[in-house]
Design a protein around this ligand. Structure first.
Ligand SMILES: [Zn+2]
Length: 328
């Protein structure tokens, strides 16, 4: 997989999952290979009440100049003291900042997680947290919703079902109810520095994506792929290109690379390289393309946007740095 054909630029990957400390040098090598100067490690809460913050701090200690840290909340102290829980979560903003974190990561809007932590994002548990985040201008990467197919018992892919992402039994929040929660939060806290992961799962509805970005001028979308995101864009390359030009200040590069995928060995590494190559080719190439040497994806034909270098510079780093500042 050849990345040398792409523009040479100090890219920031705004969305990397680093869970396994033993893969530290593998991830550093992958970032080099893809041409990423820096990465934002986004930490998740674990089902056992712990979180992934320690692994990210370990990476930061080894490569301080390359790493931004987006911490996860710690739920155990809050959920064991329900009366004070909103305040306990809110106080974690200052605590994370004091530990050297640059921002917060919330996966709490993913339906699977929202069912495990059944607290509306716009409800009382998080009310003080959003206020604290807005006050401190502490950036947040937020995952809300999932691809439409995951709510459809027929269309839901088997790999998604195996991961617990089949939401068709009616016991999960709907995509629209999750979007409504985000609207309420942004009505109350319009100055939040918010990045919505996976293009907010609106790749099939660019008019709606545009209305949302127009209504919330401080919000960005990241480019971490989901199932069909880049095929969605490639179906309407001219419309997609107009969108990316119009919202060139609101889009943040990210791969979603994950050490859980590296655990699968060489095929895992290959998958990460393929997806990273896809995103860069989509942004930079001005013509149709296929992913080299990738058996599933070669069947798919993508169409690049051929964005000009000054727009790529914003998507690859300037938009992220506007939200997060330079690396500390
Ligand atoms: Zn992610």
């Amino acid at each position: 997989m050849d990345f040398s054909e792409f523009i040479e630029f100090p890219i920031v990957d705004g969305h990397v999952h680093f869970i396994h400390p033993e893969h530290l040098e593998d991830v550093a090598a992958l970032l080099d290979r893809i041409g990423c100067a820096r990465a934002n490690l986004v930490c998740l809460p674990n089902p056992d009440g712990t979180n992934q913050n320690a692994a990210a701090l370990y990476f930061k200690e080894r490569y301080p100049e390359r790493i931004y840290l987006s911490g996860a909340l710690e739920y155990a102290p809050a959920l064991t003291d329900p009366a004070r829980a909103p305040e306990i979560l809110a106080r974690q903003v200052a605590a994370l900042e004091a530990q050297g974190f640059d921002g917060l990561k919330l996966i709490e809007g993913k339906p699977q997680v929202r069912k495990l932590l059944p607290y509306p994002l716009d409800g009382p548990l998080y009310a003080e947290l959003w206020a604290a985040l807005e006050r401190a201008q502490f950036p947040v990467v937020l995952h809300v919703a999932d691809p439409d197919e995951f709510w459809d018992p027929v269309a839901c892919p088997s790999w998604a079902r195996q991961s617990g992402w089949d939401y068709s039994d009616g016991s999960y929040p709907t995509k629209e109810s999750l979007y409504a929660e985000v609207d309420h939060i942004l009505e109350r806290h319009p100055r939040l520095r918010l990045t919505l992961a996976h293009f907010y799962f609106l790749s099939r509805d660019l008019p709606r994506a545009a209305r949302f970005l127009d209504a919330h001028p401080n919000v960005c979308f990241d480019l971490t792929p989901h199932v069909d995101m880049y095929t969605d864009f490639s179906r309407i390359p001219a419309v997609a290109r107009d969108f990316f030009l119009r919202y060139q200040e609101r889009i943040i590069y990210g791969t979603d690379m994950d050490t859980r995928v590296l655990q699968r060995g060489a095929p895992g590494t290959q998958l990460i390289l393929s997806l990273s190559w896809l995103i860069r080719a989509f942004l930079e190439k001005a013509e149709p393309f296929t992913i080299p040497g990738n058996s599933k994806a070669t069947a798919e034909r993508y169409h690049g946007l051929g964005l000009p270098p000054e727009v790529l510079a914003k998507i690859y780093s300037a938009n992220f740095e506007r939200m997060y500042g330079l690396v500390k």
